[in-house]
Design a protein around this ligand. Structure first.
Ligand SMILES: Cc1cc2nc3c(=O)[nH]c(=O)nc-3n(C[C@H](O)[C@H](O)[C@H](O)COP(=O)(O)O)c2cc1C
Length: 308
């Protein structure tokens, strides 16, 4: 069985990174960078390892991950459990042959931690994803203050040697919320990021999670992801790459987000429900849809997917 990545029509450019397919595994699945190569072999065009923080962290108390199978969704309040930067660096060093298709998600609650993560990981990866958007780690919210975010990103841009992406929170609530996140996106773009990841999980409250709240992911997010991509594309007008993330399950979903201006998509929760064959199935179906529509490369996808 092939994983569907050896098709030149799926090859795409993400902020200067050449990917064999625009379908990526989102941050959080391989937090400690243990199985990056195995994930890629399933047919993902790229994988984001992490989120990695300098020190190891226990994360939040359990239960911190609840499946909602009827909705094909998950609620999580993981809070970045992880072994920290050093073990991740050792594993990234051993996975050098995959380097061109690995991004690393980094986070910290003060600027110095984030600078150190960038400096030490960037020689091992194709790109950096700065996570300021986990709903489960309160300290990250300091970077929702535009002046502080600008200072951080300008500093990172001055030091980066690979493309830098910022993963922003979604804006599912109201107009004020939307304006606040737009301001963050504008600030990040203005400060020189190469791309935005749109977006992280949607904040939810639930007594089933030990800490009482967390982030919702999976199928219910898709409709909103579509709206957000159109919204962000109108804001950045092609000057910054967009990775779309939230509820992607099918090739048709990927098509819709690419058509709205995303350069690539990421998924996580659908992989839990659909299994390891999912990226290969999406690759093959996407190529079939493109063939039916007479489109030669994913970057030319527009409009709605054809009905097959
Ligand atoms: C259990 C779990 C852990 C996650 N951990 C991280 C993380 O460490 N860093 C991050 O940026 N996003 C994390 N995410 C968010 C995903 O990367 C993604 O943005 C979100 O799940 C929406 O995509 P999906 O609907 O395809 O799952 C996590 C998601 C889940 C379900």
């Amino acid at each position: 069985m092939t994983n569907g990545v050896n098709r030149s029509e799926l090859e795409t450019d993400l902020a200067g990174i050449t990917l064999p397919t625009p379908i990526g595994m989102a941050a959080g699945f391989d937090k400690d960078c243990k199985i990056l190569g195995s994930i890629l072999k399933l047919g993902f065009g790229f994988v984001t390892g992490g989120t990695v923080t300098i020190a190891s962290r226990p994360g939040n108390p359990k239960p911190r991950m609840i499946r909602l199978p009827d909705m094909k969704a998950v609620m999580n309040s993981m809070g970045f459990p992880g072994q920290g930067l050093e073990p991740a660096l050792r594993r990234l060093g051993k996975a050098q042959k995959y380097k061109d298709r690995v991004l690393i998600s980094i986070a910290g609650t003060i600027e110095d931690e984030i600078f150190e993560c960038l400096r030490r990981t960037q020689t091992h990866v194709a790109g950096i994803e700065l996570n300021i958007s986990s709903p489960n780690t309160t300290g990250l919210r300091i970077f929702h203050e535009p002046a502080r975010l600008r200072g951080l990103i300008e500093g990172l841009v001055a030091e980066k040697r690979v493309p830098l992406f910022v993963k922003i929170p979604p804006w599912p609530r109201d107009e004020e919320n939307r304006r606040e996140i737009h301001k963050l996106a504008e600030t990040a773009v203005d400060a020189g990021v190469d791309g935005l990841v749109v977006a992280n999980t949607h904040p939810v409250e639930s007594s089933r999670l030990k800490v009482g709240r967390g982030g919702l992911s999976g199928a219910p997010l898709f409709e909103h992801t579509e709206l957000m991509i159109a919204d962000v594309q109108a804001l950045v007008r092609g000057h910054t790459s967009i990775i779309a993330c939230g509820g992607v399950t099918t090739a048709e979903h990927a098509w819709q987000l690419l058509a709205k201006g995303a350069s690539a998509v990421q998924l996580y929760t659908s992989f839990i429900y659909e299994g390891p064959g999912l990226p290969a199935r999406i690759n093959k179906r996407l190529a079939k849809l493109m063939c039916a529509a007479g489109i030669d490369n994913v970057s030319d996808i527009t409009g709605d997917p054809p009905t097959l």
